[in-house]
Design a protein around this ligand. Structure first.
Ligand SMILES: Nc1ncnc2c1ncn2[C@@H]1O[C@H](COP(=O)(O)OP(=O)(O)OP(=O)(O)O)[C@@H](O)[C@H]1O
Length: 289
């Protein structure tokens, strides 16, 4: 499913599991009290790899991202990020949160948000203002947001705002980019623009991407692997391995059909399946079961 001409992503050496991984989980679990959200998770994410995290509401996608950020302790197993406990690696992570409440940021300009991304991390107060301004300009160019650099966020469209948020996340030149539902409420053109931006970054810089999404189709041609969470269990593999009727029927414990129509995946019969979310606005060309 990889796009023609796309650069290959580095693979680990045979017999050397976890070698070179930027994220490594072993027998990992997250629970809240008695409730096990997911468990037994083994996963190595390599530099430049694009991993989509799928699953119905409440399956633990955000808990997974929070664990990577060091904000959610595991209830079992181990997790290392860049070979360290996640908290110690936080400055190497870029994070695009779910569309944040805008009210607190509405008056900020796009360039202010990107500058916060820089000021909060490795660029200390010693960096001269002109250098910071130059860096902010560079980032805004790289995400295609220069034209509205001085416009308050409250006046930008959802897609424009998402570009700026990705710019903020990339401001510290992170080795891992975590995106939590970055496509929510974007139209198809903006979905494409945002996913291509993220894909270009991992190819040019080897940045690993963990991308939480309800909708696999906008990233189907880009992702290397899928982590599919459901009912306290999970599947990890390529989209071809995970997004099959057999694999998802076993995961959900009920009959689920996966069909491919014009290159798009449609999941039929899964309770609250992430490929065809009932609670998100559908685009006109969306293929429905
Ligand atoms: N701090 C918490 N304390 C108790 N339960 C929690 C806590 N955080 C999350 N949960 C529960 O854990 C489950 C997984 O939540 P999480 O937000 O990780 O799921 P999700 O897959 O991101 O969901 P959604 O798609 O709806 O955003 C949910 O049932 C949620 O109610």
């Amino acid at each position: 499913m990889r796009r023609p001409g796309a650069a290959p992503v580095p693979r680990p050496r045979e017999g050397d599991p976890g070698a070179g991984a930027v994220i490594s989980l072993r027998e990992a679990a997250v629970s809240y009290g008695e409730r096990v959200v997911w468990q037994g998770l083994d996963l190595d994410v390599r530099p430049g790899e694009f991993v989509a995290v799928l699953g119905p509401n409440g399956s633990g996608k955000t808990s997974f991202v929070r664990a990577l950020l060091g904000r959610q302790p595991l209830s079992a197993g181990t997790l290392t990020v860049l070979g360290r406990p996640p908290r110690e690696a936080a400055r190497h992570l870029g994070y695009v949160p779910q569309q944040a409440e805008l009210s607190a940021q509405a008056m900020l300009r796009a360039r202010d948000l990107v500058r916060f991304g820089i000021d909060g991390h490795r660029f200390g107060p010693r960096l001269r203002t002109a250098a910071v301004r130059h860096r902010v300009d560079e980032i805004l160019v790289s995400v295609g947001a220069s034209a509205y650099a001085d416009v308050p966020l409250g006046l930008l469209s959802g897609g424009e705002r998402q570009r700026v948020r990705i710019g903020q996340a990339l401001a510290t030149d992170p080795r891992i980019l975590l995106c939590d539902e970055p496509l929510l409420s974007l139209d198809l053109n903006h979905q494409r623009a945002v996913t291509e931006l993220v894909d270009a970054r991992r190819r040019s810089h080897g940045t690993a991407v963990v991308f939480v999404t309800h909708e696999i189709n906008p990233v189907l041609g880009l992702v290397d692997r899928v982590l599919y969470l459901a009912r306290g269990s999970h599947r990890v593999g390529t989209p071809e391995e995970v997004l099959t009727s057999e694999s998802l029927s076993r995961l959900y414990g009920t009959r689920v059909d996966v069909v491919r129509v014009h290159g798009r995946v449609v999941v039929v019969g899964a309770p609250d399946d992430p490929a065809t979310p009932p609670h998100h606005a559908q685009q006109p060309e969306e293929v429905r079961p």
